[in-house]
Write a protein that binds this ligand. Structure first.
Ligand code: OXD
Length: 313
């Protein structure tokens, strides 16, 4: 911080400002909290906690020192053209955020592996029927993205007995998991029966879930997208579902959110969708990450979970 005696003032522009404010003040009473657009004397504001900020925000906050995201994803902040690129941008890392994602991915994998879509249909028809149960070990789940969230999903699915393989930009070593790097996408896809996308959205990963990706998966594979809507070419997915190459898709994120009323995904029998809720930030838990970041900054320690412009996440 430029001047360590300077009072810490944070501006909130999130979808849960009241909750954030209450927890921040509980954990760090000396922190002054302000709410967008009531910035007061804008030059006093050194921190901002944001989700999808408007362009004018950065134009006003000329003395900002650190930007915190309330999500693991920072694309909603990166797309704001007025964001000063030299100000550190911190991604959220939080136990509950990770837990939420693990729970959702387990749910989605089980929904596909245990045929729950078909059991829903049977129930709707008042039909008593069975589908053969396949051992978890015979069901290969390919996790794309081996960051904090991806790794937590790998461990949880492994604990349930699934046969896990992993894909990431650079090769990772994970005990008991065959890992592939970006030069080995094809081999990874060929062996994947349930594909889980947990990649960050970058110029390299935009529309990575496309016709060519689907064609390299074995026939009857399924996909789970909990990354970003921008990872998926939506028309290619519809085509792959219609020609039965892809069996089912569980989607939590979409190119346009909220998903337009007339979108073909809503009533598609081979799509399970949820409104970007795979993991929601819980301020009561995540507040400690923000306060820790502010304190590290105030005491001149390096910030953690920083956005790296070279990597794009
Ligand atoms: C996130 C999200 O990035 O909720 O955390 O999408």
């Amino acid at each position: 911080m430029e001047n360590s005696t300077q009072k810490a003032v944070i501006l909130l522009k999130t979808d849960k400002d009241d909750q954030w404010s209450a927890y921040l003040q509980q954990v760090m009473p000396e922190l002054e909290v302000r709410f967008w657009p009531d910035v007061g004397e804008a030059t006093q504001i050194n921190y901002a906690l944001l989700w999808n900020p408007p362009e004018e925000l950065f134009e006003k906050l000329t003395h900002l020192q650190v930007i915190f995201s309330i999500g693991a994803g920072i694309d909603g902040i990166l797309k704001v053209k007025s964001r000063p690129a030299h100000i550190p941008l911190v991604r959220l890392s939080d136990k509950e955020l990770t837990n939420g994602m693990v729970q959702y991915v387990i749910y989605a994998v089980l929904r596909i592996h245990r045929n729950m879509v078909n059991y829903d249909r049977l129930q709707n028809n008042r039909e008593w029927g069975f589908y053969q149960q396949i051992a978890a070990n015979d069901c290969r789940v390919g996790i794309m993205g081996l960051g904090q969230l991806g790794m937590a999903c790998v461990q949880a699915l492994k604990a349930l007995g699934y046969n896990i393989i992993g894909f990431s930009r650079t090769k990772k070593n994970v005990d008991g998991v065959q890992c592939y790097d970006q030069s080995q996408l094809q081999e990874f896809l060929k062996r994947t029966e349930i594909l889980v996308c947990l990649l960050p959205l970058t110029t390299q990963t935009k529309h990575i879930l496309n016709k060519s990706t689907f064609n390299q998966l074995p026939r009857g594979a399924s996909i789970i997208n909990v990354g970003r809507g921008g990872h998926l070419n939506e028309n290619d997915l519809l085509e792959a579902l219609d020609n039965e190459h892809i069996n089912h898709a569980v989607l939590d994120v979409f190119e346009i959110e909220p998903l337009p009323q007339d979108h073909a995904f809503w009533l598609h029998p081979k799509i399970t969708l949820t409104p970007h809720i795979a993991s929601q930030t819980v301020p009561a838990s995540a507040v400690s990450h923000i306060v820790k970041g502010i304190k590290r900054h105030q005491s001149g320690q390096p910030l953690e979970f920083l956005y790296d412009p070279e990597l794009g996440y």
